[in-house]
Design a protein around this ligand. Structure first.
Ligand code: DAH
Length: 361
């Protein structure tokens, strides 16, 4: 047997100078592991006579305990050092100023839709929705646009592939199909607006293949053109924030209304700059009319009993006019510099976020 004292002091010495948990573990295995030096000595006890074994066993056990204790004590010291090192490295300076965060902005389209909802909401309208992928029936036929009707060509429709029943669905070309869906599942009186996405195969500075419209529909007993005019004049004046804004109703044609009128607002153009308000020029901003009796019949309503009016406007168009945004394509560029310039702080009144009564509407 090696001199136990020498082995023991060598190991204890190594423990004392171990400078990492890994080194310490290596020492432990070398001494107390299965094939460690102390373990091997323990094994040699088997070959001794009883008396020698008792004496040597006691000594060996004490050495073993001493080494184990020394390792445990050193382990604590090294673990504390590791922890301290980490705490030192990961120290947070809570006195540093926070990083500057830019305020989020509301997209002008979201803001415009909110304003439109806020204004019509105060007049008692509710918001209705419908699917972007529409059947030919809701997008055209029920709105008195039969298959051979020339208005179909004007819509530059996106058609989906023919389905199993041989029908081609469309990306809705306007929000008007929601008029039909609402009348089919509700009884009068009806007073809805329908802000939503619409699609046409068209792309230039004033057209985008995806754009937004807001439809309006009022159905009731004794609704007449005076209601249409009053409602839309009030809307235009509230939306553009001009109390005496001139509003003109110009005869027009839509298959789903009879009579139909396009609505223009007064403006002036000086040196290329557009000013909305009194002036000698007009700007078209929406389409409208009295709901065609054929459309009422298509929805199972008796046109002798119920009348109504409808209107539809392009959200991009009214947003561009109100906020002086020159190019429609920029709405969809996701350019943060553009958003910082044209966007809105969410809590600016009036907005749905700020509460409807919060603003000047
Ligand atoms: N659907 C029409 C379009 O997309 C807009 C429109 C005009 C809607 C007159 C109406 C309306 O409800 O009465 O051009």
């Amino acid at each position: 047997m090696e001199s136990l004292d020498a082995v023991s002091s060598e190991i204890i010495g190594a423990i004392a100078i171990a400078d990492s948990l890994d080194v310490l573990e290596a020492i432990r295995i070398d001494a107390l592991g299965k094939k460690g030096r102390i373990s091997l000595m323990m094994r040699e006890l088997g070959g001794m006579n009883a008396e020698d074994r008792r004496v040597a066993g006691q000594t060996l056990n004490k050495v073993k305990d001493d080494i184990a204790n020394a390792i445990a004590a050193k382990q604590k010291i090294l673990a504390a050092a590791v922890l301290n090192e980490r705490l030192e490295a990961e120290r947070l300076d809570v006195s540093l100023p926070s990083r500057p965060e830019t305020d989020a902005r509301l997209h002008p389209l979201s803001r415009t839709i909110e304003e439109v909802i806020a204004i019509f909401g105060e007049m008692g309208f509710q918001v209705a929705e419908g699917p972007d992928i529409e059947s030919d029936y809701y997008n055209f036929t029920a709105l008195n646009i039969p298959p051979e009707h020339p208005a179909r060509q004007e819509h530059d429709t996106f058609y989906l592939p023919v389905d199993a029943e041989g029908r081609r669905k469309v990306l809705r070309t306007h929000t008007s199909p929601v008029q039909i869906r609402t009348m089919e599942s509700n009884d009068p009186p009806i007073r809805i607006i329908v802000p939503g996405r619409t699609y046409r195969s068209d792309h230039d500075a004033t057209h985008s293949p995806m754009f937004h419209q807001c439809e309006g529909l009022v159905i009731g007993d004794g609704i007449h053109m005076g209601h249409l005019k009053g409602c839309l004049i009030d809307f235009c004046r509230a939306f553009f924030g001009v109390d005496d804004l001139p509003v003109r109703f110009r005869p027009s044609y839509f298959p789903f209304t009879e009579p139909s009128a396009e609505v223009d607002i007064g403006c002036t153009r000086q040196n290329g700059a557009l000013k909305i308000g009194a002036g000698d020029d007009w700007l078209e901003i929406l389409g409208s009319g009295m709901v065609n009796p054929r459309v009422l019949e298509n929805c199972g309503y008796d046109p002798e009993k119920y009348q109504g009016f409808a209107f539809g406007m392009g959200i991009e168009r009214i947003a561009m006019l109100k906020y002086g945004i020159p190019d429609l394509r920029t709405f969809y560029d996701s350019d943060l510099r553009w958003m910082r310039h044209y966007g809105f702080l969410p809590f600016d009144a009036p907005s749905i976020h700020a509460g409807l009564s919060g603003g000047g509407v």
